[in-house]
Design a protein around this ligand. Structure first.
Ligand SMILES: NC(=O)c1ccc[n+]([C@@H]2O[C@H](COP(=O)([O-])OP(=O)(O)OC[C@H]3O[C@@H](n4cnc5c(N)ncnc54)[C@H](OP(=O)(O)O)[C@@H]3O)[C@@H](O)[C@H]2O)c1
Length: 249
């Protein structure tokens, strides 16, 4: 399923990202939704994907208050065919993607030795393989444009280890490695690859539970880090940002 916004009154025509098209995976809710809203507020045209069409439609409605150029399409980021269709449709509706935010992800916790092969595949495909698939689909047009921003939403779990974190940490450590290598592969083409590592964020994420959500980060804190990355002066880039709540839970 897919949808494109209609022209609005009172939306943001200017802004530092006025000439940019952004694609945010998992943009229907949580951190991805906050990032999509922030990018639209900064003037970008914004495409979002996920599997839940109701959530995507609702977020696209909200985006319409900020931009004339909003597009949503259901796509499972673990599937190369759906990713290819998503990127083709986004480029046909809005134009070449200049900002990609690989945000879609799931949490699944508990000792690795208790997990099934299906659970391993689900976590690694959603959190890591998707970054490879979606990036691979947008990079050719970024190379053609001679510029682009790819921002991978990792986690402080991509820098640390903890009991019960086996599958999730493996996926996010993988995102760290992939991001660093992509940054080296693409910097010569004018494409900046960054990784953002948030601590615990108050969303519906199937996280590790029991932490005091009032002391967690807000999705908007991560969106603010994305804003910093995409508005960084040309000629330099922020390769890795750690985002922590001020007060510890
Ligand atoms: N919340 C935290 O504490 C925290 C901390 C550090 C890092 N992160 C990372 O931040 C990112 C977003 O997390 P969140 O807290 O916003 O989680 P969330 O509220 O559970 O949202 C997850 C998003 O990912 C999408 N998604 C999941 N599987 C997908 C698939 N196969 N194909 C397409 N979209 C898929 C979901 O969309 P659908 O349901 O529509 O498919 C949803 O939009 C994740 O990468 C997560 O690892 C989260």
């Amino acid at each position: 399923m897919a949808g494109i916004s209609k022209t609005n009154e009172g939306n943001n025509i200017g802004g530092p990202l006025a000439n940019k098209i952004a694609l945010v995976t998992g943009g229907g809710r949580g951190i991805g939704r906050a990032i999509a809203m922030k990018l639209a507020e900064l003037g970008a045209g914004v495409a979002i994907c996920g599997r839940d069409s109701d959530k995507l439609r609702a977020t696209a409605d909200a985006l319409r208050g900020l931009t004339e150029r909003a597009f949503w399409q259901t796509a499972d980021v673990t599937r190369a065919d759906e990713v290819g269709e998503l990127v083709s449709a986004t480029e046909a509706k809005l134009g070449p993607v200049g900002i990609l935010v690989n945000n879609a992800g799931i949490g699944l916790f508990g000792p690795a030795h208790d997990k099934s092969e299906e659970e391993w595949d689900r976590v690694l495909s959603t959190n890591l393989k998707s970054v490879f698939l979606v990036s691979r689909a947008v990079v050719p047009s970024m190379i053609q444009q001679g510029r682009g921003d790819i921002i991978n939403i990792s986690s402080l779990a991509g820098k640390n280890t903890f009991a019960g974190g086996g599958l999730y940490c493996a996926s996010k450590w993988g995102v760290q490695g992939l991001s660093g290598c992509m940054a080296e592969d693409l910097r010569g083409h004018g494409i900046r690859v960054s990784v953002i590592c948030p601590g615990s964020v108050a969303t519906e994420f199937s996280g590790r539970g029991s932490k005091d959500q009032r002391k967690a980060l807000q999705a908007e804190d991560v969106a603010h880090a994305v804003e910093a990355v995409v508005t960084q002066r040309a000629g330099s880039f922020m390769s890795e940002i750690h985002v922590r709540p001020l007060r510890k839970a």
